[in-house]
Design a protein around this ligand. Sequence first.
Ligand code: BG6
Length: 480
Amino acid sequence: MNRRNFLRTSGALAVAATATPSSLAASTKSVASAGRSFPRDFIWGSATAAYQVEGAVHEDGRGLSIWDTFSHLPGRVANNDTGDVADDHYHRYKEDVALMKRIGIKAYRFSIAWPRVFPVGTGAPNPKGLDFYERLLDELQTAGIEPYCTLFHWDLPQALQDKGGWTNRTTANAFADYSGFVAARLSDRIHNWMTVNEIGSYIDSGYGPTSNKAPNMKLGRAELMQTRHYAVLAHGLAVQSIRAAAKHPVRIGLAHDLKGAMPAIETHEHIVAAEKAMRAMNAPYAAVILEGRYSDAYLAALGADAPRFTAEELKTISSPIDFFGANVYTTTSVMAADNEAGYLEVPRPASYPRMNSPWLYVAPEALYWTPRLMAKVWNVKEILITENGCSCNDTLHEGKVLDTDRVMFLRQYLTQLQRCVSENVPVKGYFLWSLLDNYEWTDGYSKRFGIHYVDFETQKRTPKLSADFYRMVIAQNGLA
Ligand code: BG6
């Protein structure tokens, strides 16, 4: 037994000997000190995505998505896991809404599966395509939980991929048509819409040279830059079509994997460097959406591989949005530098701490600096944290998951978020990723991000200690 295993075993024994789980519920009543509270109308939410939780991939006329295809290719996903069943949320949504209600969640961010609505991406809608979401909305309404809907969380209809997927400009138009169709049908019940989730993830990791996600194409640089451009264009076209089609007032944004920067130490010169880094690192996506132009530095660096675009397209891409959703997990430390960019990214020391995913470097200050810099650099007036959370090596022991590591992570990140809102940075809400352990893309079921443990054999859900922690935060509207 090596040192690490010894500690893990002895830790479990210590838990069995000392924990008093029956007192957990009572402890949620502890009181937040006035100094660490959030604004009265702060939106406490949780998030999931269709392919990661729904299952039921062949039910009610759903078409195939690129993730159905990719996950069934041998060797692409840990343990060859697929999302065929996932959390079976399609059938268990009532139980899942009850879990949300128990915690006191005020808003639920979910995504609609495009291939349920248009099985081949365009053309005739599937008559049963939105029925599941109608049922889910009924349940949320009864529970008093506000729906926040993402229209695209990576499950592109396979039929569109067969025509080039996001490399083909017509996919952007198809996305706008689908978005308008859904908004026309559901805008009476859904007021908050997000076009796309994490453009960087599904374009760069789906089509880039080191692609490891569906559709797993490896484009050359010029083609990739053009594909990035079509993706931001798709967002802009969808903003316009949702506004045009909605029959009731709607608020529109996106959920984006913003590249975060923070000053390595908080001195004036490094803070200025972080502002410069934020703008430069986000040139392909967030900056063009918020500024309506590609930066000179971005275009110059790409040279002949720069995307081709028109002034009209830039206008569409930067169509006004009501909020900017940032998925914030980690960030990059930067320092001032005497170079053209004015900053340098500090390489991470080998011993820098991470959670249970290699990419998830612990950086609580991300929830302070990312929103603060967004407000400063782009004058964003409303920010939502559309995802934040972490993977942990959770174990179910005597019916409990005492994930003190996730509680530590959430406590530290939320402390920094509270610092942020207390300085009047306009962050209006927070969505914890994730409500449930789920299908974590190429990690399959091997990584757990949920605040509810899911036994994927039985589909039994068990609230983790972090669920009680989050319940306490929501009840107090702040940190103890
Ligand atoms: C975000 C995605 O990248 O982070 C989620 O929007 C995803 O869908 C989450 O589940 C965790 O990422 P990963 O790659 O570790 O599953």
